[in-house]
Design a protein around this ligand. Structure first.
Ligand SMILES: Nc1ncnc2c1ncn2[C@@H]1O[C@H](COP(=O)(O)OP(=O)(O)OP(=O)(O)O)[C@@H](O)[C@H]1O
Ligand SMILES: [Mg+2]
Length: 228
């Protein structure tokens, strides 16, 4: 696949060793996977150790849970519980140790996807998800572990469907009708309205290069702010 050409000027200093946690979000086909590798490369070029991961998944047990959640029909609460069970493992086994080492953690989907898909898409009780999030993501000091930056690739579901049309066999969620994805998109928008400080929206309907340039600018500005 061709890489976006225009991401440049990434001000990360070599002696900056604090761990960073960035998630990539958006409906199926929005462009997350296309851009996450490029961002990983930019951080590596800047001398940072990068952990690339994904949800649901990221550990052997969490990947088993992923298979169940993506392919088996189940009750909505069961699905939410399995998502958070997988997340708990992923946090404990991969994300927290990486952040403690000072690595950059780039995650293809995280907790916002549960709010968007189970909350928005499936209409599951938003407040129950908030409770599960608190249970699973609380740190010893009581703070909530969240990505410091979430890059939301926002795309009209019809365009996403066209992009995915010939790409692969759809899983349980990908084979949902377009109004499901409209509800997922609304779930992301709601989540962003609740946590605007860490949630950046990218217009993913643009060309590959234009999206890549936006991602580059966004990260550049964010790094300047967080390292200032
Ligand atoms: N800006 C763009 N313009 C045109 N095509 C694009 C653009 N971004 C990505 N694509 C193409 O759209 C398809 C879906 O992109 P990608 O796999 O990155 O989406 P995704 O968000 O990771 O989807 P999923 O959630 O299903 O994994 C790919 O074939 C990719 O090459
Ligand atoms: Mg992907």
């Amino acid at each position: 696949m061709r890489e976006p050409a225009t991401i440049r000027f990434f001000p990360v200093s070599h002696n900056m060793t604090r761990g960073l946690f960035i998630s990539f979000e958006g409906i199926d086909g929005a462009g997350k996977s296309t851009h996450i590798d490029r961002v990983a490369q930019l951080f590596r070029e800047a001398g940072r150790a990068v952990v690339l991961s994904r949800e649901p998944g990221g550990t052997p047990l969490s990947e088993k849970l992923r298979e169940l959640v993506l392919h088996e029909p189940m009750d909505a609460l069961t699905e939410a519980l399995l998502m958070f069970a997988a997340r708990r493992e992923h946090l404990g086994q991969v994300i927290e140790p990486a952040l403690a080492r000072g690595d950059v953690v780039l995650c293809d989907r995280f907790t916002d996807a549960t709010f968007a898909y189970q909350g928005g898409g499936r209409g599951f009780d938003w407040q129950v998800l908030v409770q599960l999030e608190r249970m699973v993501q609380s740190l010893p000091d009581g703070a909530l572990r969240q990505p410091e930056l979430t890059i939301w690739f926002d795309l009209d579901p019809h365009i996403a469907a066209q992009r995915l049309a010939s790409a692969r066999v759809p899983d349980k969620f990908e084979s949902q009708p377009a109004d499901f994805f409209a509800a997922v998109r609304a779930g992301y928008a709601k989540r962003r309205a609740e946590m605007p400080g860490r949630f950046a929206r990218i217009d993913a309907a643009q060309s590959l290069d234009a999206v890549g340039a936006d991602v580059g600018r966004l990260l550049s500005d964010w790094m300047k702010r967080t390292t200032a």
